[in-house]
Design a protein. Sequence first.
Length: 282
Amino acid sequence: MSAQEHPLGISFEFFPPNTDAGREKLMRNRDLLAERNPRFFSVTYGAGGSTQNRTITTVNAVRECGITTAPHLSCVGSEKAQLRELLTDYKAQGINSLVALRGDLPSGMGGIGELRYANELVEFIREETGDHFEIAVAAYPESHPQAASFESDLQNFARKMNAGANLAITQYFFTADAYFHFVERARQLGVEAPIIPGIMPITNYSKLARFSDACGAEIPRWIRKQLEAYGDDSAAIADFGEEVISRLAQRLLDGGAPGLHFYTLNQAEPTLKIVDNITGRS
Ligand code: FAD
């Protein structure tokens, strides 16, 4: 089954650009990605509110094309009153989807805030706004980096879903079996909602290695070794990345994944190539 045939389809994530050139580039790439009929776009949020204004400005610019756009919202470092205000504002602006996260405090930033974990944020959103928002939360097939154990992380994931989340989007990973195992274990704990794999196109080895260390995503040795060998040959990295990630995405869909969420890093081409490979468009 292709991603486009599936009812949940594909979605694309952006971050809020901070320059005029970045904003113009994002709008061009948004237009290219919109042609693939995504189910939604989403826009990240800096924990502690550091990009709060840029997130909503970016959401409003992105959704001008008529496609649902979900702001990410994190609770760490925020008080309930601030979150309440933000939810009221989002509701008033006609936003009806959110990606709800705990987030990570940038080093040196103050207290953790009134809500400690994402399950408490999901509960708070439901208490404050009922069923207004479709809520997505984060899932970690290879375990969250701070998790005490795989089991406790899975239990915490189930708690977050039971608090009222409608769907989950995973951290990116390169091993399809990690996703299938996670989904199977979550189903055993009674989680029925869709768990959508997060897909990270590979375009740059050093950036990918840095991100992956920070977020706990494992780059398998056979991928790492080949990327290392390509050095500065960005065309070779792009070709290899396209092949590896297209194959991973296809395997996930063939194995029953209910859609794919792409971490675009505000680029269009690497994501489009993968989408077109799996939908037979190229
Ligand atoms: P939680 O679900 O709260 O989990 C965090 C840790 O606490 C885990 O180790 C978990 O096992 C443990 N835990 C959870 N609940 C409990 C509990 N009740 N009691 C005890 N322990 C518990 N970050 C941003 O800053 N901005 C973004 O826009 C952003 N977007 C993201 C989008 C996706 C799809 C993903 C996968 C991640 C994103 N992140 C973003 C990163 C995320 O904020 C970090 O991974 C953060 O460390 C955890 O957030 P969470 O919502 O998964 O936390």
